[in-house]
Ligand binder design. Sequence first.
Ligand SMILES: NC(=O)c1ccc[n+]([C@@H]2O[C@H](COP(=O)([O-])OP(=O)(O)OC[C@H]3O[C@@H](n4cnc5c(N)ncnc54)[C@H](O)[C@@H]3O)[C@@H](O)[C@H]2O)c1
Length: 333
Amino acid sequence: MGSPSALPSVLVAGGAGYIGSHTAKALLRAGFQPVVLDNLSTGHRTAVNYGPFYEGSISDAALLGEIAAAHRPVGAILFAGYIAVGESTQNPSKYFHNNVVEPMQFLDHYRELDLPQNVVFSSSAAVYGIQGSDPIAESSPMDPLSPYAETKLFFERVLRWYGSAYGVKSACLRYFNAAGADPDGELGECHGPETHLIPLALAALTEGAPLRVFGTDYATPDGTAIRDYIHVTDLADAHIRALRHLMNDGSASFVANLGTGTGTSVREVIQMVERVAGKTVPVEYGPRRDGDAPALVADASYVRELLGWVPQHSSLESIIRTAWAWHTREARR
Ligand SMILES: NC(=O)c1ccc[n+]([C@@H]2O[C@H](COP(=O)([O-])OP(=O)(O)OC[C@H]3O[C@@H](n4cnc5c(N)ncnc54)[C@H](O)[C@@H]3O)[C@@H](O)[C@H]2O)c1
């Protein structure tokens, strides 16, 4: 809860999570008041430090009404969702409910609220499935290979139709691999269970259980899979630019990749972790995992041109240094 701010407010749904908390911090720095709505299903109350907090679900009409009355947000950023691809194939109901049904209820309540209808949505490169080794443009074919990926594509389409029918303006941002931590050390990545390579590699260093690497026989230079890692602070900046763009009169909804355009292999990540931490990562190499693409690298030219967004923190070294600093600090707590 909180009192109204002189700054224009932005509703950050899922703002107690990894990317949402970094974006809340960046919003405040950019002159907006973040108002976080989060049910803390996977997020952390300790990550909400930059403005009012409302605990609850994004589908809670009464709570949305309360937030609208108190803060009159100029837009909403929708991070809230479940993110574990593997779990989504085991339990698709959980994912379709939380990543499609609840966000649709959110939109239906939100458009009743007489607020500017600007919505930035966390989509994912998972919508593309497995592609060739060329950088992936927004026009590349889509092939969602998991219920998680289906939910992202489905909700993008919901937003498109809500745009043409009800005037909801949206930016669907297809993140490649979010990574790194707040350069000031205030925030970091803390998923439970963790499925992302970099925090798992760091945990292997501090906890000793080996990092499991899936596949060493891909047709890539060192045989391991290639991904496009983008620093979470750069992602946060892109959300603010996207929101500002939507707030301009005459701008239109858009869908954009958020990546650096540079591919990094699993082995290169491990080598950088070892260089930064000064220790050897214990690794267990195994066979490929079903559904994993050999390479996923963004063609990010569209977003650079549209929003003037240029990643500032996304060198592999900066990603690993910030993640390691946060990890070692958390491990000491
Ligand atoms: N982390 C990545 O690399 C990555 C890549 C592509 C897309 N994304 C998408 O970005 C978004 C944020 O990812 P993240 O890594 O920060 O995840 P996260 O789990 O850290 O954050 C999600 C937040 O949403 C909250 N939440 C979930 N369902 C909710 C609901 N129904 N009502 C209210 N709050 C709810 C959780 O408590 C959590 O705080 C997700 O939608 C995810 O699918 C993430």
